[in-house]
Design a protein around this ligand. Structure first.
Ligand SMILES: [Zn+2]
Length: 133
């Protein structure tokens, strides 16, 4: 709608808005997303074929919803887990951290470690060695 009012092609407008979002000039929050479907074949003529098509669509949408819920569960497990985020992600992709480290030393997980581990992290980071605590 805005692209019509402004006379700017929608892809150009979206590209500019996404660029501003990436540059943190604005913060975009998707809302009111509506999936749009296009009929690409002629519809079946019999009730049985229409039921079959509806069942296929239902299974497809149900499968996508389950995948989305599974991804959400994995994200929750990552952010509430007891391991370094980078290590967890590396392990997920069958990889490990450089030198088989158990912590990256940078992720938010580090800031939830007990104080002694945090102190060890501060001492190992030369930039922070002058910090008094
Ligand atoms: Zn980490």
């Amino acid at each position: 709608m805005a692209s019509k009012q402004l006379g700017i092609p929608r892809p150009d407008l979206l590209r500019k808005l996404n660029g501003w979002n990436d540059d943190r000039v604005v913060e975009l929050k998707p809302s009111g997303v509506v999936n749009v479907y296009k009929i690409t074949k002629s519809l079946p003529k019999s009730a049985a074929k229409i039921d079959e098509l509806a069942a296929d669509l239902y299974r497809s949408m149900e499968s996508r919803e389950k995948e989305a819920l599974h991804r959400t569960d994995e994200m929750l497990a990552l952010i509430t887990g007891k391991k370094c985020f980078a290590l967890t992600l590396a392990n997920h992709f069958g990889d490990s951290l450089p030198d088989n480290k158990k912590e990256c030393g940078h992720c938010q997980y580090v800031f939830h470690l007990p104080f002694r581990a945090l102190k060890r992290f501060v001492h190992s980071n030369s930039i922070l060695q002058s910090v008094n605590y």
